[in-house]
Design a protein around this ligand. Structure first.
Ligand SMILES: [Zn+2]
Length: 242
């Protein structure tokens, strides 16, 4: 194989790894955000459970106050009963007292119902607290792993960039410019093999003259269809019919 092709293939391998490292590094930020988002979701659920318990408790206190008011009414009606001398008024007050007592009884039932709901809400808070705690622990661990991976990948990327700089210094400038332009537009498959006369990049059959130059291994040859640098290497078959 032409020496320059060998050098280009090594350079392309480094560039491929540089591209992949950069791609993976670009995904770390969103991944971290997603992890933190999951943990904050359980925290929100905990806040909601606490808010629910609070609203149940304040509803129960309102009922308590209402019952207290009814008790005060009963006392008022009772003292009015003691003062009145009219039977009709006395009965009317007795009716009012009866109504108040019924209302108090119903208010107490409602309070008991709310007490049950409050107990359930407290249990839900406990569960939500445990979930939030374990979600945070898990997220912290995963974020720590992610950061470790990020710093390793950054170091590796640095190393790869140094290697590719050193490798590119060994390639003649016109060929390097050609290669780098291809890298920019075609990505990590810029120097491709030719198998059975087919370009490994665009998969179009190469003209006979190009195949002859390729097999001659005397100069850098480009695919006339896609412009990629093509080479004929070991293990590649010569003709499509073979
Ligand atoms: Zn091609």
């Amino acid at each position: 194989m032409l020496e320059i092709i060998e050098k280009l293939l090594v350079l392309q391998d480094r560039d491929r790894r540089v591209i992949r490292h950069r791609h993976q590094l670009s995904r770390i930020g969103p991944e971290r955000q997603a992890l933190l988002g999951q943990a904050s979701g359980t925290k929100e659920a905990l806040e909601a459970a606490k808010a629910k318990a609070n609203s149940i408790e304040s509803a129960r206190k309102e009922l308590e106050l209402e019952a207290q008011t009814k008790e005060e009414q009963i006392q008022r009606y009772s003292s009015q009963q003691l003062q009145t001398k009219k039977n009709e008024e006395y009965r009317a007050l007795a009716n009012e007292i009866k109504g108040c007592k019924q209302a108090i009884s119903s208010l107490e039932d409602q309070q008991l119902e709310l007490l049950d709901q409050f107990d359930e809400a407290q249990a839900a808070i406990k569960t939500a607290e445990e979930e939030a705690r374990s979600a945070k622990k898990l997220a912290d661990e995963k974020v720590a792993d992610l950061e470790k991976r990020e710093s390793t990948m950054k170091e590796e990327l640095e190393q790869l960039i140094q290697e590719r700089t050193a490798l590119s210094a060994g390639i003649d400038p016109p060929t390097l410019v050609r290669y780098e332009r291809l890298l920019k537009f075609k990505g990590e498959k810029s120097v491709v093999g030719v198998d059975r006369g087919i370009c490994g990049g665009c998969h179009v059959k190469l003209p006979v003259q190009i195949m002859i130059s390729c097999q001659g291994q005397k100069e850098v040859v480009n695919c006339p269809n896609c412009g990629r640098i093509v080479y004929f290497g070991e293990g590649m078959r010569r003709e499509q019919s073979e």
